[in-house]
Design a protein around this ligand. Sequence first.
Ligand code: AMP
Length: 387
Amino acid sequence: MAMTVGILGGGQLARMLVLAGAPLGVRFVVVDSAEDACAGQVAPLVRADWRDFAALEKFAQDIDVATFDFENVPAETAQWLTARTRVFPNPRALAIAQDRLAEKTLFGECGLGTPAFAAVDTREDLDVALREVGAPAILKTRRLGYDGKGQFRLKSTHDADAAWAALGGNAHGLILEAFVTFECEVSVIAVRAPNGDFRTWPLTRNWHADGILSASLAPAHVDDAIARAAFAHARTIAEKLDYVGVFALELFVHEDAVHGKELLGNEMAPRVHNSGHWTIEGAVTSQFENHVRAVLGLPLGYTAAIGRSCMLNWIGELPDANAILRESGAHWHDYGKSPRAGRKVGHATIRARDDATLADTLQRIGNALGRQAQVQAVIDALHARAA
Ligand code: AMP
């Protein structure tokens, strides 16, 4: 095939894209400013920052298409690249997904509800927004926030000064969102090809700790109507953005007396996503392979699940690999990164033929690693669906 995909950003997502594309005969070049970017262990690495246009010019000549492992590549850089090579997803989709305010506005235009929100640029705006949105609420930076960073939770209006002290004056502005007491968090991992072919993997249920994804379970056990609505929202958004490639749509499942059970849009990630890592072993075609296929205009692969899968994230440092490797159906992923607090350094996917086997395996792994807290919510969800 001898086609070359250029990836802006050289983290674990780029690394897994490379590993998925290699069997197809696809070559890769990765751009990252960090010398030790972990995708550089599996593909040629161009060391450059996002405004090093001399290096990017050469990069663009060497590739057939550019894509991203990192959504905060400046939209101007993405736009600049479109004059030199194909860029998927397109810079407009990237720009919208980079800005929480634009993203939530888009969700509304696509008929997807969101937590109540208001833009905040000044201290006075925060008071107005708190009156509009109510408390508890979360103040977030509009841009460059991820994994719970750039967020401040307000229990009541008395926390306004502290919230402003923490985030006020951010150059890109802020957004205040109502705090949703959700039943669960789910994500749609979806892929769209240049010819409009659109596919979703089974819905994934997610658990976060300290704002960082901790565990995912797929297929999630939610009402069929909720799953169908989630897929329909993802499709509407993808078509509106003329999106090409894989993206994730993160949703809260919320229930109250007024609205019944409903989906609220939290955010979209314009790239392969942590909550889709289970698809490497848990689906016929992984999110990584289908992203490579989509950006190259190849036919998309089948997205059905194989059995039940749970993905456990390793944050900060890796636990003992043997506790995973000795389990049948369990798969170990070490991203080749050095340990650092809050850093995603690896994950494991445990695949089983049924819920009971998956719950038993998770229990053994939780006990062996002393990580009962990480697995317990997943085990509870598996038992709840057996009941
Ligand atoms: P985010 O970076 O916006 O995805 O936030 C990280 C995590 O914080 C989410 O996955 C939720 O668990 C939680 N969170 C974010 N926004 C809200 C909200 N409006 N209401 C309740 N929880 C939230």
